[in-house]
Design a protein around this ligand. Structure first.
Ligand SMILES: [Zn+2]
Length: 316
């Protein structure tokens, strides 16, 4: 499977590339021609919104919930960043997944992803993929068990990761902002960090009641430490990102770290960091060494953003 990461400058020359980007498994894949999404006739369109939302029959409630969340986030980003990308969100039942999802994810129902910078695919219902992230909640340390139960516990006494995966639709939408606005994110870790900063800033500013759903899962992974993971450096992340050569679980640790850093950055500098970082990534289109990149981030954005790179290897 050939893989390529997309930078905005490349997007005009390489239309046949899918960017598959998820909280846990974010990587880009060359589009296979058989992955041809040409019709939405088997889905229902949700009317009355500024973006396009299509859902599988029987899932109007979830479609409405996600559409309202996306629209609200879109208004916030328009106000803060002065930009609105084109978005088409597909909310899919298992029987429709294969026709819309990016080809390499045909068999991974529930894996939210940004198909081609405009189209996003998410699951309409709970699924094994979501459940796989919370295998033994009973074995967590007490305080974390309390938080996990508060964030993901259901009224039936079970757990569902749906509250977290709902928010990842905004993460995926974030990739449409960076790509359609022509930002140069310079490093893969920055592409992921930036959309996590977008997500965290919106939730913290406008949906505080959803912060536990956003923060608990990454905190659970980060608090468990990194000794179980083979790769922990940003250099390895850059090297292995395109092929996801670090494996899904190890990638999950990296993403959890980046979510956690996004939280720290927001807490250190507030919502203006998102705006300044947006401008800096728009204005600085020249190639930079790691050191130059960190210096630029510190000077033009906020020292907390540069620290993600400068302090990464001290975090274990
Ligand atoms: Zn992503």
């Amino acid at each position: 499977m050939e893989t390529t990461h997309i930078y905005p400058t490349e997007k005009l020359q390489k239309p046949a590339i899918i960017s598959v980007l998820l909280f846990l498994f974010s990587f880009s894949l060359a589009q296979n021609k058989s992955n041809n999404i040409s019709s939405v006739s088997d889905l229902i369109e949700l009317k009355g919104f500024t973006q396009n939302y299509y859902y599988s029959s029987g899932h109007e409630e979830r479609a409405l919930k996600l559409a309202k969340l996306m629209e609200d986030a879109g208004r916030f980003y328009k106000e803060e960043l002065g930009f609105t990308p084109e978005i088409k969100l597909f909310i899919l039942a298992p029987q429709h997944w294969k026709s819309y999802a990016a080809l390499p994810l045909h068999d991974v129902y529930g894996f939210p992803h940004n198909i081609d910078r405009v189209r996003l695919a998410v699951a309409a219902e709970d699924n094994d993929f979501w459940r796989s992230f919370l295998k033994n909640p009973g074995q967590l340390p007490n305080e974390m068990k309390r938080r996990v139960t508060a964030a993901y516990g259901t009224s039936a006494g079970d757990y569902s990761m749906e509250p977290f995966f709902d928010l990842l639709a905004i993460h995926e939408m974030g990739h449409s902002y960076t790509s359609q606005a022509g930002l140069k994110t310079h490093r893969y870790w920055m592409e992921e960090l930036f959309v996590n900063i977008m997500l965290h800033t919106y939730i913290a500013e406008k949906k505080k009641n959803l912060l536990p759903a956003l923060e608990t899962f990454p905190d659970m992974v980060v608090n468990a430490g990194s000794t179980a993971y083979r790769y922990t450096s940003l250099a390895d992340f850059e090297k292995l990102y395109q092929t996801m050569g670090m494996g899904p679980e190890n990638y999950g640790w990296y993403q959890s770290m980046l979510h956690s850093q996004a939280k720290n950055i927001y807490n250190a500098g507030g919502k203006n960091v998102m705006k300044k970082l947006w401008k800096a990534l728009k204005n600085n289109q020249n190639d930079m060494t790691d050191e130059e990149f960190a210096a630029m981030l510190s000077k033009e954005v906020h020292p907390s953003v540069a620290k993600v790179y400068l302090n990464w290897n001290r975090v274990k």
